[in-house]
Design a binder for this molecule. Sequence first.
Ligand SMILES: [Zn+2]
Length: 270
Amino acid sequence: MQPATRCICCDTPCTRNQLSKEHAWGWLRRKYRSPGVTRTHHLTSKAIRNPSTGVLFDRGWNEARHAGAPIDQPLRVVCKPCNNGWMSQVQVRARPIIEHLADGSWPELDPEKRRILAAWVTLFVMTIEFRDPPTIATSKAARMTFRRTLQPPRDWIIVAGLCSAPGLSGTFWHRGAALYYEPAVAIPKACNTQTTTFSVGRAAFHALSAPPDSLLDAATYAGNLGLRLIWPILSPPPERPLVFTEAGLGRAAAFFSDRLRIPEARVSAR
Ligand SMILES: [Zn+2]
């Protein structure tokens, strides 16, 4: 049989059966599902904005509803050797830290713990993006490099926090955008910017990747969101944050796109 696709992380040609059925959430599906969420409401949108504003975004509205919670949505994009090998290791290493955070505690996040957590968030973002291919903003090269180094790309910002109630557990917002800064070499054809916000138990995670020209100061960005900086690793270690409500987490998820006045574009959530 002709290979139908390629593993998104190692580029090996695969038939559908050679792809792992593993969900992006891994073991979290058993422990951190939110019982009230039984359907997935998936919204995406794109709009064009005048390039002089620095933002381009082009696609119509789309809305879909799927049976099952977001945490249960299948994602056949990685090969079994990747899934059972290095990806599994990333999850195993991060699991105790995530479980602490998901319980609402805030362990001391020394640089090594932040590195482990950042690798896991990066893996999550790089795979969950494939739920809506037009909003994929991570390049194939970035995924290949990540598989080798297990470090987030240099220009990523990853933050974490705590939520008051686990009602959002197992849900996520993913927003993609094509940003363009003058003097640009070319108008980007695909998204080059994304934010992903998701929650596990009482823990919340948010990742931003954007072109180097738009790089924000990571510590300032985390401070604006009210979340704690995990990546890049800076001192001092992140202190226990204020606890977010569901609405507060929604605002943090939208902060970057609101700031750039990007219309709603998301793979939602609920
Ligand atoms: Zn692979």
